[in-house]
Structures are given as structure tokens and as C-alpha cells.
Design a protein. Sequence first.
Length: 418
Amino acid sequence: MNDWLATLEHWRELSPELFMAGSLLLLVVLSWLANWITKNILVRAVSKAFNATPFAQQALQQDFGIIARLANVVPALVLAAGVGLIEGLPHLVVEVVRNVSNAFIVLTIAMSLSNVLTMVNSLYERRPDSKTKPIKGYIQLLKIIVYTIAFVLMVAMLIDRSPLILLSGMGAMMAVLLLIFQDTILSVVASVQIASNDVIRVGDWVEMPQLNADGDVIDIALHTVKIQNWDRTITTIPTRRFMTDPFKNWRGMQQSGGRRIKRSLMIDQQSVRFLTPEERAHLDRFRLLKDYLAEKDRDIKAWNEALKEQGKEPVNTRRITNLGTFRAYVQRYLQSHPRVHQGMIQMVRQMPPTPDGLPLEVYCFTNTVVWVEYESIQADIFDHLFAILPEFGLRVYQHPSGLDLRQLRIEGLTAADN
């Protein structure tokens, strides 16, 4: 051993430059060896031991690379500690290598902390209440803070100055920083307001026409909210817009268990009239109208008998109209429909007449909020109403089509020939 040390000393005195180069090569080899041992032996052993724990088996199905990333610190530590032991190296080279190694260590630790925060968010999203109170925005804010601190420390290490000196000089740059990070600051405030007021959640159906957004919220981050529209496109909206712009959240409808139907039948006003005795007898066949017609008959009979002599003129008496009877039929039809929510408001009302007919509005709620089922129920209801309308002597108003005009022309020519 002494002979080997003596030979090494003799070699160092004989050729200092060659000895320094050999020392550098040895340091690089030691760094590579430390990296290999750490990643292929230590990291695998630690990862295997961690994966055997119930925490890893039950909670984690994703490799966040935290341990593997921290392993990069070891070769950097070897370089930072060993470069100062090599004789003959210029002081500038030693300082540069040491500072760069230390800055790399800080960056690696910051990236590992970022991965830890990502893991925390991933675990939190497995909770049942994560959709109502997402923390992704706060996680992203913490990442910004971590990387900001890491940046200050890295710059301080690279220029070999105290971080306090950099921080004291940043006071003059505060206005510039506020200008640069104004979106982040506004997003942080908006995220806090959204979380505290429960404005939106992941899974909510949100409609914001001014930004062409109409669909489900799939992600709430610090700066943006992603909405998957019904055509499967993705609209990305700045978080702060949900505190400054009007939008519609359909969560209340989804939680209520019923979705509103609000649609009108446009009745041809010229088809509205009093029922004749034959038409009145014809409507007795309707199961849904038996009680209504019987009650109406008693009410009208009592009213007309009170008129005495004046009741002999039909113009002075009360009579049943086909439109009123149809309105009563629609009301009872909704009350007996198995897919109409019976615990919510139901109404069949006349709206003010228009040039396109008399609107008879159907207002009710389905007992489901599933979009496809809702549209099917609504279509079935109006299919039936359109089909049953002629039984009451009523017509649906619609503008004349080309076929109607052609038929009128043919009838006019036929009448002229005759």
C-alpha cells in the first residue's frame, strides 16, 4: 500500500497535468458509478419495498418518478464534493463545477417536490368529494412557489451570491412582476372564489354562449377551465371569466331529478269554436275527459238555469269550447304520463295570440335528466298531441308551403274548367 502511494506521489510530482487529468477522469467515473449504483440497486430496492406497502398497492397505480428523480442528486453531490479535492484545478473551474452541481441539485429537488404535489392531487381526486372541492388550482400555485424559490436559489448559486441579496433587489422589480403574473394573481383569486362559493364543479353542465362553450366541465385548473362540448370538442376558458362573465350552470336541474319541457302548439285560431252536441258526445269516449266533461256539464247547467228567460238565447249561455276541452285533456294526459315528474309543476296555458297562431304552451318536467331520454319523452308527448288534435276539431297553424300553393292552383283551374 505504501509503495502504491509512493508511486502515485512520484507520478504527481513528475507530471502534475497528467495527474490532474487522471483525477478528473476518476471523478467522472466515480460519479457515473454512484449514479449506476443508486439507480440500479438503491432505487430498485426502495421502490420494491415501497410498492409492497398497502399505501402503494391501494392508492397508487401511477409511477410519479419521485424516487428515481431524487437519485440524480447523488452523482451531483459526488461532483460537488470531489472537484475541490483535485489539486491543480483553477479556482474558477472548481467554483463553476461546484455551483452548477449545487444548482442542479436544487432543480432536481424542486422537480421532485412538484411530482409529490402531483401525487397529492392524484390521490385527492380519488376522494368522493374531490369534484365539489378541487384542489388542482392550489397545487399549481404551490408548484409556482416551489419553482420560484428554486429559481432564486439557482441564480444565487450560479453567481455565488447570497439569495437575500437577490430578494432585496427584487423589490424594485415588484411592479414588473405584478404585470407579468397578473393573470396568475387573478386566477388565484378566481379559484378561491369558485371553491368557496361552489360556483362550478367537475362534471357540471355549463353553458357560456359568448365563448361557444356548452358541455361538461372536465378539468378545473389554476389558469383554465376545460369544457367538453356536446360535439366532443374542448373549449378552454380562463378561470377568471367564470367570475366576470355570465354563464348558466345546469347542476340544479341535474340534482333535481327532472328536466323542464316548455314548448308550444301553434293552434289555428280559426278552428276554435263551441262544441256541438254531436262533438260533445264524441268526446265522451275519452277516458281522461269523463270527469272533466261531467263536472263542466253540471257547472254550465247551473249557470244557464240561473239566467231563466235570457238563457233561451244561445248567445247568453255558457258552452264548452273545443280548445278548452283540449287544454283539459292535455293537463290530464300529463298527470297520467309515467315519464312526467308528478312532484313538479305542470301547466297547460294559452299565450298571447301571434300572427303564427295561438300558442298553447305545455309546461312540465320529465322524471329523468338524461338528455337522450328527455328528448324521447318530449317527442312522444308532442307526437301524441299533434295526432289527437283533430279529434277536437282543432288545426295546427303553419305557413303555406309550395305544395299548398300548387294544390290551390290546381283546384282553381279545375273550378274554372267546370
